[in-house]
Design a protein around this ligand. Structure first.
Ligand SMILES: O=c1cc[nH]c(=O)[nH]1
Length: 216
């Protein structure tokens, strides 16, 4: 299933405009905060489909029957670009456990790249919803690798993938690999450059959040 959070105009459109806009996007605090805000909205939407259980709440005056999340999710991301989006999800689903994957693009002499993954730390995801934050779902290659590794930590009840901007090709690739996943995207762009960047996109989300990296 695919949900496009900017389908009907909302604040999400404004935040994505700011993420993309070269006049605005270099304000790093605003860039990170806009990513976080998209994560917060995604978490709110995801919460509507989480399993709930009945609870009784004691107020100072009486008790009331209500509901709460039955099984806390595990929120994960791919370092480093995913951190602000991840933080946004965690701001709202604040009792969740968290996991991290490290992956980077290793460039060759022609500036083509392969995905190198070298770190995974994550609690058990057995019987729990798994949320994966990947701000720029470009080819889907690093995301598919990351999810494959995360799934060695158990079988989740639900798989949610959250991206700020996705390419249509990336969405289709991930849907083919994980047909049961619910993909939540801020916006979908039609194209990818030959170097695997989403276009029009926004550029490099990690660099815009944390500073231009040295190529390895
Ligand atoms: O366009 C893209 C693709 C991957 N990662 C980014 O930061 N931007």
């Amino acid at each position: 299933m695919l949900t496009i959070l900017s389908q009907n105009f909302s604040l999400v459109n404004e935040w994505i405009n700011e993420l993309r806009n070269v006049q605005v996007q270099h304000d790093r605090m605003r860039f990170r905060r806009n990513m976080e805000r998209i994560g917060e909205i995604a978490a709110f939407e995801i919460s509507k489909g989480l399993e709930v259980r009945d609870v009784e709440i004691q107020t100072p005056l009486d008790t009331i029957k209500s509901r709460e999340i039955a099984v806390q999710p595990v929120i994960t991301t791919i370092l480093r670009a995913g951190v602000p989006l991840f933080e946004g999800i965690l701001n709202y689903l604040d009792r969740a456990d968290c996991g991290f994957v490290a992956a980077y693009r290793k460039h060759d002499a022609n500036d083509y790249f392969s995905i190198k993954q070298d770190y995974l730390t994550c609690p058990s995801i057995e019987g729990r919803p798994l949320i994966v934050a990947d701000p720029m779902l470009a080819t889907g290659a690093s995301l598919i690798e990351a999810i494959k590794d995360l799934l060695t930590n158990g079988n989740p009840t639900q798989l949610h993938i959250v991206a700020a901007i996705a390419s249509r090709q990336g969405v289709e690739t991930v849907q083919n690999a994980y047909p049961d996943a619910h993909i939540w995207v801020g916006a979908i762009d039609e194209n990818l450059t030959s170097k695997g960047y989403i276009t029009p996109g926004l550029g490099d989300a990690g660099d815009l959040s944390y500073g231009e990296k040295l190529q390895r």
